[in-house]
Design a protein around this ligand. Sequence first.
Ligand code: PGA
Length: 253
Amino acid sequence: MRRPFVCGNWKLNHNLEESCAALLEIVSTLPKDSKVECAVAPVVTLLSLACELTNASPLGIAAQNVFYEKKGAFTGEWSVAHLLELGCSYSVVGHSERRALFGETNQVVARKVQACLAGGLIPIACFGEKLEQREAGLFKSVVESQVDFILDVVDPDHIAQLILAYEPIWAIGTGKTATAEQAQEVHGLVRQLLIKKFGQEAANLVRVIYGGSANADNAATLMAQNDIDGLLVGGASLKPSSFCAIVEAAVPV
Ligand code: PGA
């Protein structure tokens, strides 16, 4: 049985005061023995403080991005080790906004995933098709290719630490969630890719989470699907009460 994972992606939202208030409210609301593994990803400048405020709570902290090199002349970047020394447990990798706005290719995303796994940081590796690709019936081949790039760099010893996040681009920030059936179709395909590459037993360990206008109203329906193991939540994670309601909806029944 895979433990559900819910991560709030705050993107470029919440200043210092707002982030602290939200973190404290989430920590005080979440049950200490939560059956759901959960995390939020604040802006990078607030990661250190976020780790301190949530220390010894069930809420983990994720970075929204990380670089694959360990050190050197890479102005503006930070490494896996930098995130680990703050107390971060996860990093989002290859979010569609990074791919579209900051030129991250499948190769770059794969190197970042590889660096995370090698260093002991859990990557939340994102992939998903554009609206045109879905409408043209190409979504399966697009997803398969994006996931193949990621799986190709995963050492079988680290497979259980990998989190994959299916985020159809047309559903992100649009209020247009994929239906539970549309999402399950892709998650099922990803599970097959995992089985093909790592075998059934290993594939059963990997959490494949869904993102794209997930909220407190649709969370339970999405989570009821066989291969949806959690949620990556943008807009609806900004309000602590809404984030906590989503975590609650993800508790296995
Ligand atoms: P959204 O964003 O929930 O606001 O659609 C999800 C994401 O981009 O991770």
